[in-house]
Ligand binder design. Structure first.
Ligand SMILES: [Zn+2]
Length: 70
């Protein structure tokens, strides 16, 4: 028997709803809406956060690989 789950209406850190304002404050620019490509405004490093198994963003996904912003 199939279960139909309703999508929870919670404010989770879903990559589709990344806050550009939040990222700007962290010194990060989002380059690509769909592929979640991020760029550090300090050193210009570009990276793609690896999502968790449940497609949520990992903690510290916004951190520059060069640790510019924490
Ligand atoms: Zn950087």
């Amino acid at each position: 028997m199939e279960q139909v789950l309703e999508a929870p209406q919670t404010q989770t850190e879903d990559p589709r709803y990344l806050s550009a304002y939040h990222l700007e404050r962290l010194g990060v620019t989002r380059l690509n809406r769909h592929n979640l490509l991020l760029r550090c405004r300090n050193c210009g490093e570009v990276w793609t956060p690896t999502l968790n198994a449940d497609a949520t963003l990992p903690a510290g996904y916004w951190r520059c690989p060069n640790h510019c912003n924490g």
